[in-house]
Structures are given as structure tokens and as C-alpha cells.
Design a protein around this ligand. Sequence first.
Ligand code: HEC
Length: 152
Amino acid sequence: MTGKAVIALGAAALATGLLSAAPAMAQFAKAEDAVKYRQSSFTLMSNHMGRLAAMVKGERPFDAAAAQDSARVIDAVAKLPWEAFVPGSEKVQSGAKPELFANPADVKMLSERLNGETAKLVAAAGSLDSLRSQVGATGAACKACHDKYRNR
Ligand code: HEC
């Protein structure tokens, strides 16, 4: 399956509610699986944010189509990590601070802030100027949560 097909499948699953119908824990056989899932989502987002940042910094030539592809990946994947902060996973060694599990409403707000910014990335990727400012706003949403709830 191509990367695009995987994402289309993920988006279809989200749209039909397949990913959110059952209680979160049922999606993961073990707490370790949930940790791996959320870390994998962050790794993907970070890779594609890095590609956009390289264009913004002039380390890579600006390419609107490639930027829009990365923006779509980031926007789709940014919806995934949150269901994987399941109860019990705070006992697994990870980069999540214990405070995260005690403040679900705040974490939800910060994740929604990110989703709000990533939703604007695809349109912004059409020009280097708008990409620059939206990568900045998106990165700030990543950092706002990391400053409070990420260990490393
Ligand atoms: C609402 C909170 C929140 C937001 C928003 C957020 N992160 Fe994170 N991020 C975390 C937490 C918590 C961890 C530690 C997760 C773990 O180890 O289980 C983490 C871990 C990571 C990791 C390390 C993954 C690994 O393999 O250990 C990367 C890379 C990362 N985030 C990138 C990003 C990027 C890029 C964005 C924005 C596009 C972002 N994060 C937005 C909370 C957040």
C-alpha cells in the first residue's frame, strides 16, 4: 500500500468513526502498544514538520506540491496520538510527564489547538510566506504542550 493509501484509509476510518467507536483501551492490547502508537504518530509529524521547516529556512527549495503533501500528513496524523494516552500507560516508561494524565482537559485543549493549526497548514503550503507563518504557529502549538507535559 502506498503512503497516500494508508492515509486515505486512516481518514476513512476516522470519518466513519471506526477509530473512536470503542473505548480507547480496546484499541490496544497492552499499554506498551499505546505508547508505541502515540510515539510513532509524533515521529511521523516531526519528520514532516522537519521537511516544511527545511523549506522555510531555505535549506530545501520550496516545492508547493511536496509541502502540501507533508501538510496533509501532519494534519491527518495530528488527530491520532491523543487516544493513546490511555489509563495504565502512565506506568510505562515514556516521554510523557505524570502531570499529563492528571490534566486531561488541559491536554485536550492543547491537542485541539494543534489540530486547529494543522488544519490551516494545507492551504498555507501554497506559498512560502504563508507556509512560514503557519509552520511557526504549528510549531508553537507543539511546544506549548511539550513545555508542560513532555519529559525530553
Ligand atoms: C497536547 C500535547 C502535545 C502536542 C500538541 C504535541 N506533542 Fe509531541 N509529545 C507529547 C508528549 C506527551 C510526548 C511524549 C510521548 C511518549 O513518550 O509517550 C511527545 C513526544 C513527541 C516526540 C518524541 C516521540 C518519541 O518517539 O518518543 C516528538 C518527535 C514529538 N512529540 C513531536 C511533536 C510535534 C512535531 C508536534 C507538533 C506538530 C507535537 N509533538 C505536538 C505531547 C504533545
